[in-house]
Design a protein around this ligand. Structure first.
Ligand code: GLC
Length: 471
């Protein structure tokens, strides 16, 4: 079976969020299960492309409106990622440094999708399944069916995975001139409330859609930034498949990015060693429990309540806890975090930015990880935390609810119901108290580290889905 994943992020080529981690791992695990999986993504002018060798395997031309765009398809020569990686390069459009943030984003993703389909069609490359990730490639399930430019791809099955339903790729109808020619009777499939909505299009046209946890699927039926009825109406072709983690990169016993390796047997010493080094470096007291936050500063992730949570914890429980924050994003949130850092220098340290190595060290060094998300389709950070024996303190939502069980129910984490600083802080206090008993700490860490959140099971579930569609 031949499966091609289409995405605009893939770790380590270009990563902004969890989407990259999934697309950088899933194909590898699928290949181990005998599926011929590969990835096609846009070319980005980033470190990875300069440090690896590529062959130009195809060239072509497409029209976007009246502009003629030339594209190249580059294949990474050594399959470094454990699967074939293809990049679509279009000068001045798909050869930039950042993944997101450009004014002409709609043009970029339309061109990417057009070039991919043109390349496959023209070279008679017929995968069994095109697996599309998020709205950037949401027009693909429509185009394979309703554009006459890609006749060779009519029978290809399309699977669409929703990593985040908040972003839908809305564009004005004036962009329809840029979309490859399609059966105009079908214009309604592109439309949602007077705009072209690639996420809605994908859900209407794909053969199956998946979400990255079962909990999130049920939530989308009720609230999906305007698309809840669509998700519900199309539920017969939906399935929730929880993400896994890539244990080749995320395993404290093998991780070369942390200060001291450890496994379940020596977790206490291992974490203590990592914590000591880390706390010394960031001016924190290693004898106190260390709570961390890693992630984007976005209201979706609940990062806006962090300053208040910090204030609550450090003012009231002063002297009892250290806090570390690693992230970037919304500048308003960042400023507020900066402000509290000024007040609580002794017990709070921050690193503003994205830093993959530091993230590994934070998981290894921390006792607890907080995730106060408003929306969380799956969440990978709690899974990384569990693998590193770091106890998650999370809001009861989406994938967090599916993957973390409270200690009160015999589990290995702490959950709270609302995105509310007081509730979050109280739950952290509950965690500190509970984990302050050596027996509890050992029991909880062992339970967390003993879980299997590797990709093996979920990669298999996707394959079962492909098989059903191909029957
Ligand atoms: C998005 C979601 C996150 C999920 C990730 C990978 O970033 O916000 O919850 O884990 O995609 O699927």
């Amino acid at each position: 079976m031949k499966v091609i994943h289409l995405s605009v992020e893939c770790f380590p080529v270009a990563k902004v969020g969890g989407l990259a981690d999934v697309v950088g791992a899933l194909p590898k695990y699928q290949r181990e299960l005998g599926v011929d999986s590969s990835v096609i993504m846009p070319y980005f002018n980033r470190k990875f492309v300069h440090e690896h060798s590529f062959d130009v395997v195809a060239k072509g031309e497409i029209y976007q409106g009246s502009a003629l765009l030339e594209y190249e398809v580059l294949k990474e020569m050594d399959d470094t990622l454990g699967f074939p990686l293809y990049l679509i390069r279009i000068p001045n459009l798909l050869d930039r440094e950042e993944v997101y943030c450009y004014q002409d984003e709609a043009d970029q993703w339309i061109a990417f999708q057009h070039a991919v389909l043109h390349y496959l069609n023209y070279n008679k490359i017929q995968p069994d399944v095109l697996h599309c990730h998020d709205h950037h490639v949401g027009l693909v399930p429509f185009l394979t069916k309703w554009s006459n430019e890609f006749d060779e791809l009519k029978d290809v099955k399309t699977v669409f995975t929703v990593h985040n339903g908040q972003y839908q790729g809305w564009m004005s109808w004036s962009k329809s001139l840029f979309i490859p020619s399609f059966d105009t009777w079908k214009w309604g499939l592109l439309d949602w409330d007077g705009l072209i909505n690639p996420l809605a299009t994908a859900i209407k046209c794909c053969d199956a859609y998946t979400t990255v946890s079962e909990g999130y699927l049920k939530e989308l039926y009720v609230e999906a930034n305007g698309l809840q009825h669509l998700f519900y109406d199309e539920r017969a072709k939906s399935i929730g498949i929880v993400n896994g983690i890539d244990t080749e990169f995320w395993d404290p016993a093998l991780d070369s990015l942390i200060d001291q390796n450890y496994a379940i047997q020596d977790v206490d010493e291992g974490k203590a060693g990592n914590k000591l080094k880390f706390c010394n470096e960031f001016g924190l007291d290693p004898t106190k429990p260390l709570l961390s936050y890693i992630g984007r500063f976005a209201t979706e992730k609940g990062a806006d309540i962090l300053p208040e949570v910090i204030d609550n914890l450090l003012r009231q429980s002063s002297g009892k806890i250290s806090i570390f924050i690693l992230g970037s994003g919304d500048s308003g949130i960042q400023e507020k975090i900066q402000e509290v850092t000024g007040i609580y220098q002794r017990d709070l340290a921050v690193f503003f930015g994205y830093n993959e190595q530091l993230a590994h060290r934070v998981y290894a060094a921390s006792d607890m990880l907080i995730m106060p998300s408003r929306v969380e389709p799956c969440g990978l950070n709690q899974l990384y935390a569990l693998k590193y024996g770091t106890i998650p303190v999370v809001r009861k939502i989406g994938g967090l609810k599916d993957t973390v069980i409270d200690v009160e129910e015999g589990g290995y984490g702490f959950l709270f119901n609302d995105v509310n600083a007081e509730e979050a802080a109280d739950t952290v206090k509950r965690a500190i108290k509970y984990l302050s008993y050596a027996d509890n700490l050992t029991k909880t860490r062992d339970a967390a580290m003993g879980l299997d959140y590797s990709w093996n099971k979920s990669a298999q579930k996707y394959i079962e889905l492909y098989n059903q569609l191909l029957k």
